[in-house]
Design a protein around this ligand. Structure first.
Ligand code: CAA
Length: 284
């Protein structure tokens, strides 16, 4: 445990639930906020399902699952975040949505509370400027699925104070994760490298070089990746993939980051991958 005791999570999607899951296992009290009680219920059910998986595979006891679950609460009332020491925003990868959340939450948080974003690509310095506490704001970027992936990227904005950074480091280390520090450049380290690879896989499909199955099999068996790039794109969410490519394209002004038109078309069709039931694969 770190000096932070209570963690607030904004967003009960796959990332928010994963962060809540690993924080509760490490003994933190966790409160999840989302817009509706329905989303909270579905998030809590996901967490319970993933904890149960870990019980079945012998990674924890049922007693530990119950203890972790009892540490997690959730509501659709932002005021319930008034007592948290660290709030982690894990909302959709849309800057205007994040800015709106900061405007609503900053007057509610304790003045000394830290605020972090799980953004996978956006400028930490620019997001910090939309808060009342840029010195206590930074990026804490978890990987999906959070309970399984060992890495967390830490990113300081220009105004982030050293005490904020060291508290975040202490918190992430207490979750048994490995930290990598990235500078505040578009998409940081992991997504700067991973997303152009996924985008290239989509171009490979778009240009007819190979089928979905051929591309994924090639990268799984030919490069030893645990998932093929198209399966991974569906897993991340095609809207998130597109948004990260747009941030890279705009922020680095290089045509090598141009989002593949097929990715754009899928997102326009509402084919967002696993979460919407259809992407490069059919999940219905
Ligand atoms: N919660 C808890 N445990 C989980 C889990 C979850 N959500 N998902 C999988 N697991 C566990 C399983 O229970 C299983 O545990 P045991 O080994 O103890 O049995 C283990 O993980 C492996 O899972 P599976 O057997 O179901 O399936 P798998 O072997 O195919 O692994 C995977 C699944 C771990 C997701 C693997 O396919 C993988 O590593 N894929 C790549 C993931 C990746 O690249 N993530 C990064 C995405 S990029 C990102 O996140 C950054 C961003 O901002 C977009």
């Amino acid at each position: 445990m770190s000096s932070l005791k209570t963690i607030g999570i904004i967003g009960a999607g796959q990332m928010g639930c994963g962060i809540a899951h690993v924080s509760a296992i490490a003994g933190y009290k966790v409160h999840i906020y989302d817009l509706s009680q329905e989303r909270i219920e579905s998030g809590l059910a996901t967490i319970n399902g993933n904890l149960a998986r870990q019980v079945s595979s012998g990674k924890m006891t049922d007693e530990e699952r119950k203890t972790a679950l009892a540490l997690i609460s959730g509501s659709s009332d932002l005021n319930d975040l008034a007592q948290v020491d660290l709030a982690i925003e894990a909302a959709t990868e849309d800057e205007s949505v994040k800015r709106k959340i900061y405007a609503q939450i900053c007057p509610i948080l304790k003045p000394e509370a830290m605020l972090a974003t799980n953004t996978s690509s956006l400028s930490i310095t620019r997001l910090a400027s939309a808060t009342d506490r840029p010195e206590r704001f930074m990026g804490i970027h978890f990987m999906n699925p959070v309970p399984v992936m060992k890495l967390v990227e830490l990113v300081r904005g220009i105004a982030t104070e050293e005490s904020t950074f060291s508290a975040a480091k202490e918190y992430v280390s207490s979750l048994d994760k490995t930290i990598t520090v990235a500078e505040d450049f578009p998409a940081f380290i992991v997504n700067r490298i991973l997303l152009p690879m996924i985008n290239e896989a989509i171009y490979t499909l778009y240009e007819g070089v190979g089928s979905v199955d051929a591309i994924d099999t090639a990268m799984k068996l030919g490069a030893n990746h645990p998932m093929g790039p198209l399966q991974l794109a569906d897993f991340i969410g095609l809207d998130t993939c597109l948004s990260i490519m747009q941030v890279l394209h705009d922020g680095l002004a290089d045509s090598k980051y141009r989002p593949c038109p097929l990715l754009v078309k899928y997102v326009e069709a509402g084919w967002l991958g696993r979460k919407s039931g259809r992407g490069f694969y059919d999940y219905r």
